[in-house]
Design a protein around this ligand. Sequence first.
Ligand code: XMP
Length: 319
Amino acid sequence: LWNADSIIEDSIARVREKVGRDRVVLGLSGGVDSSVVAALLHQAIGDQLTCVFVDHGLLRLGESDQVMQTFARHMGVKVIRVDAQERFMSALQGEADPEAKRKIIGRLFIEIFDEEAGRITDARWLAQGTIYPDVIESAGSKTGKAHVIKSHHNVGGLPEDMKLGLVEPLRELFKDEVRKIGLELGLPSEMVYRHPFPGPGLGVRILGEVKQLYADLLRRADAIFIEELRRHELYDKVSQAFAVFLPVKAVGVMGDGRKYDYVVALRAVETIDFMTARWAHLPYEFLDLVSRRIVNEIDGITRVVYDVTGKPPGTIEWE
Ligand code: XMP
């Protein structure tokens, strides 16, 4: 019988036996998998664990602080936060192609993670939030694409000579099991049941070239959408929801004046496996409220549209 308590106990025992008194490094992203690993390893080995949290500046509103609050402040986990926003912004400058942006973000992420991990001189182990579906996907794909997709969070590119052993305590677990363990370990349910968020973050939700202004506007629009979804108890009814920044300008009226500013698209989908998805038929009144809030509260956005494309033919993300 599957039981979160016994899985946790068993994993803790296995990790302790494996790493002994050695130091372990973990790349913490704020996503469910790496968060659960952090909580689990903290229970198992306490201070022997150091988490490296690379903030690429493309996270959701308040997310970076939340990660620090939950792990460092609340749980007492050792977390090194790397504020790399400027490095990512300048690396992305002038690049508009989605796959090229992904590569830039992924590479830089690994580079920065390696720099930090390399400073933890006596580290012997690299912990990762690999879960069972990741293992299956990488095994099944000849190109290793699934591997690459999750790569910048799950698979470190540490230099060969570091020779770190791998600690992957979630390797045999499915997502719902990982969530149960997370709750049992005391992680907030808001974190454990959060919608998936792509590794490149807002970098692929800002169409074309990424700019600081776009990221700031998008973060605020996205936060309003998510806040209202939660308030209307719709958040858990959709599988993934977010805002997308369109770098085109549209005219609007504000009081007596005309405005000429950017457009935001809202995307919400229902899906089991993320391979196919239906666009969420959110209530019109709800969409109306979100649209009004975004346009009224965010100077710089004049128009909100709702994406009514399924997958296929669309993808969930716009890039
Ligand atoms: P698409 O857009 O391909 O998305 O229908 C399917 C799921 O994958 C997520 N996604 C990504 N996750 N890195 C990630 O870690 C990526 O580059 C990436 N692209 C898409 C997407 O959010 C959705 O859950």
